[in-house]
Design a protein around this ligand. Structure first.
Ligand code: GTP
Ligand code: MG
Length: 429
């Protein structure tokens, strides 16, 4: 079949045909379910909130088991992210759960940078996934996905308003993770105060432009329950793993001298709402949103930062190959420019050095000439002195000869008495 024909068939010209009998592809959903069930599911949850707000207790209550979560010291110099992985099983469904805790959050005097380790942690998980995606030999089907699917943000039950730490942190996280804010230890706030507190928190989130996760209403099977639940946000929760006998059954509750707060009683707190929304109804949407919204945004920014783009400046499609070629040419051009720059610098340096050497040579010549002249002057002076001395010596010799001549004459006339004196004089000369 010609390429144009195939394209037409795949496009708007697709015909809808009735089947004359059973074919079998109606089992596709079952095939998908079976595959997913055998592979297991993965869900990563991050708890952010000040120390002692009941994060570990709520996680234990949510998953109805004892997860690792030793109380932390309040003297941490900075916020640390600790993650623990678990394998849970319910009926035939396996869940790989990773619980990440923000240890020491809000304990520092200067809380300005408290959000940074959390943002870095979330980004590091995105980066790991991106690196796996960019590998030539990818193993995404067996890759342990550590991207955070939901962030439970624990708000202190002050009954007043959000702390600036909460607003700053949620603002920094909202484009990276699905934030589900919860009012922690809500048994500490009265019913009427709680209603006002919820309204106050919601309006503060809106006025500060913090985008929290809203349960999706586009799927009609869950649209109604999700839109009702969106109206209850933020959920006011109570956590407890302690079992108390109420009537004839054991329930998880917190007992006080004046009464009992039942965790799973919807008139006592929103724990059941949270569990339903987070786990039973929207877990898959949280996973999907993480991949299609938050990871997609990270990936886009990262690839753009690396110089990749989908279209050229004239908005024409720009393939990966073209981007690679353009980047390569840009790199080679830059390399050439640097090489030329270095070559010119080298030539300049050689010229400078040459000029320096010439200058030194000239100075040396001048010095040599000066010294030579000095030497000649000295030599001339010495020769003049030598001549004077030779003249003096000659005149002396002449005088001496004359004296000797005189003496010999006087000897011949003066006798032998003067002979001794003459000898002495001779010795002297
Ligand atoms: P760190 O890990 O140290 O940051 O603490 P955490 O946030 O994990 O708190 P944790 O679950 O250890 O609970 C701290 C204390 O609060 C414990 O004594 C819990 O029993 C108590 N607690 C937990 N949940 C609730 C709650 O819903 N209401 C009340 N009143 N107390 C709670
Ligand atoms: Mg804890």
């Amino acid at each position: 079949m010609a390429a144009a024909e195939i394209a037409r068939n795949a496009g708007e010209g697709t015909r809808s045909l009735p089947l004359s009998g059973h074919v079998g592809f109606d089992s596709m959903p079952d095939q998908l379910v079976n595959k997913s069930v055998s592979r297991g599911f993965c869900f990563n949850i991050l708890c952010v909130g000040e120390t002692g707000l009941g994060k570990s207790t709520l996680m234990d209550t949510l998953f109805n088991t004892k997860l690792e979560g030793e109380p932390t010291l309040h003297n941490q110099p900075s916020v640390q992210l600790k993650s623990h992985a678990y394998e849970l099983q319910e009926s035939s469904v396996r869940l790989n759960l990773t619980a990440v805790d923000s240890v020491g959050f809000g304990d520092q005097i200067n809380k300005e940078d408290s959000y940074k380790p959390i943002v870095e942690f979330i980004d590091a998980q995105f980066e790991a996934y991106l690196q796996e995606e960019l590998k030539i030999r990818r193993t995404l089907h067996s890759y342990h996905d550590s991207r955070i699917h939901a962030c439970l943000y624990f708000i202190a039950p002050t009954g007043h308003s959000l702390k600036s730490l909460d607003l700053v942190t949620m603002k920094k996280l909202d484009s990276k993770v699905n934030i589900i804010p919860v009012i922690a230890k809500s048994d500490a706030v009265s019913k009427s105060e709680l209603a006002k507190f919820k309204i106050k928190i919601s309006s503060e989130l809106v006025s500060n432009g913090v985008q929290i996760y809203h349960f999706p209403t586009d799927d009609e099977t869950v649209a109604e329950i999700n839109s009702t639940m969106n109206g209850h946000l933020p959920f006011a929760v109570v956590g407890s793993t302690e079992e108390v006998k109420i009537g004839n059954k054991m329930v998880r509750a917190r007992q006080y001298p004046w009464g009992t707060v039942e965790v799973e009683n919807e008139s006592h707190c929103d724990f059941v709402k949270l569990r339903e929304m987070l786990i039973r109804v929207n877990m898959e949407d949280l996973r999907e949103q993480t991949h299609t919204r938050h990871y997609e945004l990270y990936r886009r920014c990262k690839l753009e930062e690396m110089g990749f783009q989908d279209t050229d400046p004239e908005s024409k499609p720009f393939s990966l190959q073209e981007t690679y070629e353009a980047k390569r040419n840009e790199f080679l051009g830059e390399l050439q420019r640097q090489e030329e720059e270095m070559r010119q610098m080298f030539v300049q340096r050689v010229k400078e050095k040459e000029a320096e050497l010439k200058e030194a040579e000239k100075e040396l010549h001048e010095k040599f000439d000066r010294l030579k002249k000095l030497h000649q002057d000295e030599k001339k002076k010495l020769e003049e002195k030598k001549k004077i001395l030779e003249d003096e010596l000659n005149s002396f010799k002449q005088k001496k000869t004359a004296t000797e001549l005189l003496q010999s004459q006087s000897q011949s006339t003066g006798g032998s008495t003067t002979l001794k004196k003459d000898k002495e004089r001779k010795n002297f000369f």
